[in-house]
Design a protein around this ligand. Structure first.
Ligand code: SER
Length: 899
């Protein structure tokens, strides 16, 4: 079976078992503060397990793109070195939400593996949870008994909490699990020894392929386990491993999932895959990493200097540097893998092929900039070892002429040739050098790296960034747990409500509360629109608690407050700050009009890459490869304003089935997770139709006026437009108008400002030219005069004079011009330009080289008389000071010096 067939067979199998097939969620997680990337198929169902969202389908299956490079599940360092860990991998999964449990899950997994995929039964081992006394968890005898029907008992293994109790993160849904392992060793090895002891022992040929988790608990912040309201099933099968098993390969990389990429790399590098361990690892790293990089970018996360953007940047750098060091690929190349990958995933994850050019461009740009950094870093490394080396030689009194290559020198210095941890850390932090690269380069030169110091520096940095973002979240306290959650904010600005639950949060030491309400008009930050602020008012409307912000967490709307209301169980009025919300709405609707205008003016390649909508302004990032010209900007702005003036009424459709929405030609965004039912916002069926959860104006006329204030580049292939609307746009225009009127007044009521200012500029340029000419003439006259007053003392030609020129450059030119004509020159000028006393010293070169005079030292000595200081080169130096009365003394002292 090809990889494609294997994937389809899985989905087909569970579809036949009445599972609803869903799309993979984006790999970048948006609404879960505990997670950056999707690290398991079950992530998108977290709120279903916790009972925080309604269950639409009780049985679901899919293939989910996952990434395990940060947080609790982190495989990055193994990737490429071994043959079965990956950054991005596909997880095939089937789920039961309060429906079937262990019996069916176990029976079906066995049926699929042995009857559909036909894996020989004697290659399989299964594990069950042995229990954990400390946690008060019993042995999973139920799973054991069920497995016994299919698997001989000597192939069932009891596993501990680490291997057989699956948890999503430090908190969240969890439960005992049963893993299925395959012994892929060759026939004769399997005959010689049982694979049982090799299970979970990091054996490259005895690997876990499928995990069946029986979700029963929610792990709370305090570490305790809270039983879930019903039992669920969460299974996850590593697709790349499954393919490898079914295609009978010794490595995941030998399957048709990776070979197209590997062969492409091998050809480019001119090295055969399989030729040497080092080059093989490098090819595997590249083939693996480009998958993670491409899908993360396609799902909307660009490389950046923090958070998810930094993780992806580090993965990209790891790939580039393996290519650079081991495959000798010194030019950007990684990006060329994007089309190969996009082709491979057509019909599976179309997000990539649909954005192929964009993704490739972003990768290329990152590569170019990292290769540049890499070169600078290598130079810094060379300089460091050279300088340190010279220092060591001199400390050990070794002749400078001797070379480092010299075995005798090495034998003396070898224990001291250590690269400081601080420097290695700087290379890592500033130049993105992975530490193993620094070690490798060091080893090539016989140096060592002080890893202890490096690790301390690394730890310190981690602590610093943790402290900067530390959020300490308490567990939820239930107040009115039986109430449903209802968002009424599309229709109402206030509503009577109750608190369902709350928790205490400490953010950088500041205490806050988060509240979940039964009914709420508060819009939670999403789709770029900021969350509402407002109040929880009691019935007298006299007492209230301020709501500072509203955010989404998984499916929940969470209200942020600084205090708690006194009567927690009572009812309140939840009231949003209406003015702010209305301004945000203007900007949000304008964003839709802008998005449509961009597609019309620039082309349909324009895709939203990010947006921010708040009461003050809107910011819209989108894919486009060139700077937008003035004319284009004017066209875009005009089109939007035209739509504003048309006063198009809002058409809002709620709960439209997703597929139906798509076929009606709606704009959906990459990297956005849509439910089965969506909301469509339309302004004119033929103009703008978007999937959107935000709040909008009733008709476009409310936007008033739309004004673009800035256009810029955000990253490779991504442009940004900032704009304002309504009151802000009016204020902006009024301000500009005022400024123009003021200018006009300054220019004496001159009607045509452009003519008036260009005349001024022309006149100014002319005057400047004349002034410069005058200065040159003045300097020439001065030179003539000064040269006539040279005093020769002891064979030295002294010039000590006060010069009156309008700027320092003129003085400098004069000094240099005199140096050209007078030999054995010892020149001292005093000046008082703009009432600031100054000194210039110029010496003939021979006075410096033969007599050892030094203009810097001389000028500092002379500057004492004007209470100043300065410096420069041995033949030319300047000083400034505070006391102009000292200037005549300077000239006398200069003559004394020469004498
Ligand atoms: N959540 C489990 C895992 O990731 C099974 O899907 O292994």
């Amino acid at each position: 079976m090809t990889a494609k067939e294997i994937r389809s067979a899985y989905l087909q199998f569970f579809e036949n078992k009445k599972h609803h097939i869903v799309a993979s969620a984006p790999i970048v997680v948006k609404d879960d503060p505990t997670l950056m990337f999707t690290n398991a198929g079950m992530n998108q169902f977290k709120d279903l397990f916790l009972g925080e969202a309604p269950i639409k389908y009780k049985r679901v299956a899919d293939t989910q793109r996952c990434l395990r490079v940060s947080g609790k599940h982190n495989d990055l360092e193994e990737v490429g070195i071994d043959t079965y860990h990956h950054t991005m991998f596909e997880m095939l999964g089937n789920w039961s939400f309060g429906d079937y449990f262990k019996k069916e899950a176990i029976a079906w997994s066995w049926e699929l593996l042995t009857e559909v995929y036909k894996i020989p039964k004697d290659k399989l081992y299964v594990s069950v949870f042995e229990g954990d006394e400390k946690e008060g968890l019993p042995q999973d005898t139920e799973a054991y008994e069920l497995w016994k029907q299919y698997v001989p008992e000597d192939r069932i293994i009891f596993g501990n909490k680490k291997d057989n109790f699956w948890e999503m993160g430090d908190t969240g849904p969890c439960g005992p699990c049963s893993e299925i392992h395959v012994d892929c060793r060759p026939e004769y090895e399997r005959a010689a020894s049982s694979g049982k002891s090799l299970v979970n022992a990091d054996h490259p040929q005895v690997i876990e392929i499928w995990n069946n988790v029986f979700m029963q608990f929610n792990r709370l912040k305090d570490g305790s386990l809270q039983p879930l309201s019903s039992n669920h099933v969460d299974t996850g099968m590593g697709f790349e491993r499954l393919v490898r098993v079914l295609q009978n390969k010794a490595s995941n990389y030998d399957t048709d999932v990776f070979q197209p990429l590997i062969q492409f790399i091998a050809q480019k590098a001119g090295i055969v895959y399989g030729a040497a361990e080092k080059t093989d690892i490098a090819m595997r790293v590249m083939a693996d990493h480009i998958r993670a990089i491409s899908f993360v970018i396609a799902d909307g996360q660009l490389p950046a200097n923090n958070k998810a953007g930094y993780v992806i940047r580090r993965i990209l750098r790891r790939a580039v540097r393996y290519a650079y060091t081991f495959l000798d690929l010194k030019e950007p190349f990684l990006n060329q893998l994007v089309p190969v990958l996009a082709q491979q995933f057509k019909g599976v994850f179309d997000e990539l092929s649909e954005q192929q050019d964009f993704v490739q461009k972003v990768v290329l740009e990152e590569e170019v900039s990292f290769l540049r950094t890499l070169a600078t870093g290598i130079q810094r490394f060379e300089n460091y070892t050279k300088k340190q080396g010279e220092l060591l030689m001199s400390e050990n009194a070794i002749d400078k002429e001797k070379s480092f290559e010299d075995p005798w020198v090495y034998s003396i210095l070898k224990d001291q040739m250590v690269i400081s941890g601080a420097f290695a850390f700087e290379l890592n932090d500033t130049y993105g050098f992975p530490i193993d690269l620094t070690e490798l380069m060091a080893r090539e030169k016989n140096w060592l790296v002080d890893m202890e110091e490096y690790n301390i520096a690394l730890l310190k940095q981690k602590e610093r960034s943790r402290a900067a973002t530390a959020v300490d979240t308490g567990d939820w306290v239930l107040v009115n747990p039986n109430l449903d959650v209802d968002f009424v904010g599309y229709d109402d600005f206030e509503v009577e409500t109750q608190i369902i639950k709350y928790r205490k949060v400490s953010l950088k030491g500041k205490e806050q509360y988060q509240l979940v309400l039964s009914k709420t008009p508060f819009y939670a930050e999403s789709g770029g629109q900021v969350g509402d602020a407002g109040r929880l008012e009691d019935h007298s409307r006299l007492f209230f608690v301020e709501v500072t912000d509203t955010k989404k967490e998984n499916g929940l709307t969470v209200h942020y407050t600084d205090t708690l209301p006194e009567d927690l169980e009572g009812t309140f009025w939840a009231v949003i700050a209406k003015d702010q919300r209305l301004l945000s709405q203007d900007n949000h609707s304008a964003t839709h009009l802008l998005h449509a205008a961009l597609k019309k003016v620039l082309g349909v390649h324009v895709n939203q890459k990010g947006s921010l909508v708040n009461p003050d302004y809107l910011r819209f990032d989108f894919s486009h490869f060139a700077k937008i010209t003035e004319e284009e900007l004017a066209k875009i702005e005009h089109l939007v304003n035209q739509k504003v003036r048309e006063n198009i009424p809002l058409k809002e459709q709620r709960d439209v089935p997703y597929e139906q929405a798509l076929s009606s030609g709606v704009t959906a965004l990459f990297g956005e997770k849509y439910g089965d039912f969506v909301r469509i916002i339309t302004f004119d069926d033929h103009y703008s139709k978007e999937l959107c959860g935000g709040t909008h104006v009733q008709a476009t006329g409310q936007i008033g006026y739309f004004k673009i204030t800035a256009e810029s580049a955000v990253a490779a292939g991504v442009r940004r437009i900032e704009a304002i609307t309504a009151d802000k746009a009016e204020a902006f225009i009024l301000d500009q108008n005022k400024e123009i009127n003021e200018l006009r007044a300054l220019l004496k009521g001159n009607k045509d400002l452009k003519v008036a200012v260009s005349t001024l500029l022309e006149e100014n340029a002319k005057l400047k030219k004349e002034a410069d000419k005058a200065v040159v003439e003045q300097a020439a006259n001065l030179k003539h005069e000064i040269v006539h007053h040279v005093k020769t003392i002891n064979g030295i030609n002294l010039i000590a004079a006060h010069v009156d020129l309008p700027h320092v450059d003129a003085v400098k030119n004069l000094a240099f011009a005199i140096k050209e004509t007078v030999d054995n020159l010892f020149l001292v000028f005093t000046t008082n330009i703009d009432d600031k006393p100054g000194i210039t010293v110029m010496l003939s070169d021979n006075l410096v080289t033969e007599k050892g005079f030094n203009a810097s030292i001389i000028v500092r000595e002379l500057a004492k008389d004007i209470q100043g200081g300065g410096g420069g080169q041995p033949f030319y130096a300047t000083a400034g000071g505070k006391n102009k009365d000292g200037l005549p003394l300077v000239l006398l002292k200069a003559a004394e010096m020469v004498k």
